[in-house]
Write a protein that binds this ligand. Structure first.
Ligand SMILES: C[S@@+](CC[C@H](N)C(=O)[O-])C[C@H]1O[C@@H](n2cnc3c(N)ncnc32)[C@H](O)[C@@H]1O
Length: 175
């Protein structure tokens, strides 16, 4: 199930996540910052896994998670939305990208990122610049960094939506 204002919220999509504690930490980040979480299955764990529940706590009740049974189902539901792939192989930094509030930010699995065929079909591929020779950030850390930048650029409108005039909100959405 997704949140009723989801047209005004970023979506964090996880490709076949492996580590329950990471997904649970991301769920909490999404709940606290106002984003929807999308999980492309299969996952490396079950939602009733003790390690997941321990970190997810009551944030599991927020009903902001949507599941896709496969990458094909995910992409066929996204034809009207902009997908941004976060990858260590991106050539452009996320800091130079203009995010829309309803963008879908896609992250790869902890062990292997996303397959090459997914890489190829997504035009917007961004990286978080790292110190030379470092492999990658933790998945949950990379989500927090990029989600915060999306919300910063979009003036944290979920938090302040009641105070914004309609016109400003319209400008932030991809149509
Ligand atoms: C632990 S990393 C995966 C590492 C994997 N071995 C690879 O080479 O893609 C999990 C996910 O976090 C995101 N990520 C981690 N560090 C990143 C960075 N510096 N820039 C962009 N995305 C990053 C990517 O979505 C990545 O697929």
């Amino acid at each position: 199930m997704t949140h009723k204002n989801s047209h005004l919220r970023p979506k964090i999509a996880l490709y076949e996540p492996d580590i329950p504690q990471n997904t649970a930490a991301i769920l909490r980040t999404c709940a606290c910052l106002g984003a929807d979480l999308e999980i492309i299955q299969p996952c490396g764990f079950l939602m009733n896994d003790k390690r997941f529940k321990r970190v997810a706590m009551d944030y599991m009740d927020e009903k902001i998670i949507k599941f896709y049974s496969s990458a094909e189902e995910f992409f066929s539901n996204k034809f009207k939305e902009r997908i941004i792939l976060m990858t260590t192989k991106g050539s452009r930094s996320y800091t130079s990208f203009k995010f829309k509030i309803n963008d879908t930010l896609l992250f790869g699995r902890e062990s292997a990122g996303v397959p090459e065929k997914i890489h190829r079909v997504i035009k917007n591929r961004l990286k978080i610049p790292m110190i030379k020779k470092k492999r990658s950030l933790n998945l949950a850390s990379s989500v927090a960094i990029v989600l915060a930048e999306n919300l910063r650029q979009n003036k944290f409108i979920n938090q302040f939506v009641g105070k914004l005039i309609k016109k400003n909100v319209k400008d932030l959405i991809v149509v």
